[in-house]
Design a binder for this molecule. Sequence first.
Ligand code: ARG
Ligand code: ZN
Ligand code: CA
Length: 241
Amino acid sequence: NLGTITIPVIVHVLYNNASQNISDAQIASQIAVLNDDFNATNNDINQVPSLFSPVVADSDIQFTLDQVIRKQTSQTSFGTGDAIKFDAQGGSNVVTPSTHLNIWVGNIGGGILGYAQFPGGSSSTDGVVVSPQYFGTTGTATAPFDGGRTTTHEVGHWLNLRHIWGDGRCNRDDFVSDTPTSDRPNYGCPNFPTTHCRTTDMTMNYMDYVDDECMYMFSNGQKERMRALFAAGGAREAMLP
Ligand code: ARG
Ligand code: ZN
Ligand code: CA
């Protein structure tokens, strides 16, 4: 057991207009959501139905804001091709990715809320990207994605979690045994129970596609998959002191 895992965070703010230069308060609100969601101290955790309450996880992962880098850019939208991660492309270069989580906040465009790189990829692009209107809970955060859960979801990917439906049909796996199989993402705010693949979907899991206020848990299996990265031999082992 590794105890509490603490991850220092670098936030890069890339802004083309003033409203994209989000406030320190908006950044702080996002760090607070990460700390709640990865420690099961989110105030909506009590909405988990009794069917799933035995597998609710306190992942015991903490996030500390280490540095905020602000840069004006001529880019009006960055897309998902990682330009935002390079000075030479109007973005901002990654900072010490072996020991820090890098979060780039800038307009992705195309209606995309955020995207992430899984462990094991290039260190120059390691981290997550979130559009400013889906980052944090205050300032320019916009409903129904104003609960900071886009970043929770993306950090879940960065910590090796797959989408809860395994991105496929009923026989596709998310490599987590306590999350029921499904054959599709859920959207909006689904009724409970919602059934696909003859089991009740865990629609309230952060790794589904529901609205921010309708996702409020990780499972124990997801916790083990995330924390395994920091154990000996794991892809993020170097992140621990
Ligand atoms: N579409 C994005 C992804 O697959 C993020 C979805 C986030 N959902 C949310 N309710 N905030 O990584
Ligand atoms: Zn995703
Ligand atoms: Ca599963």
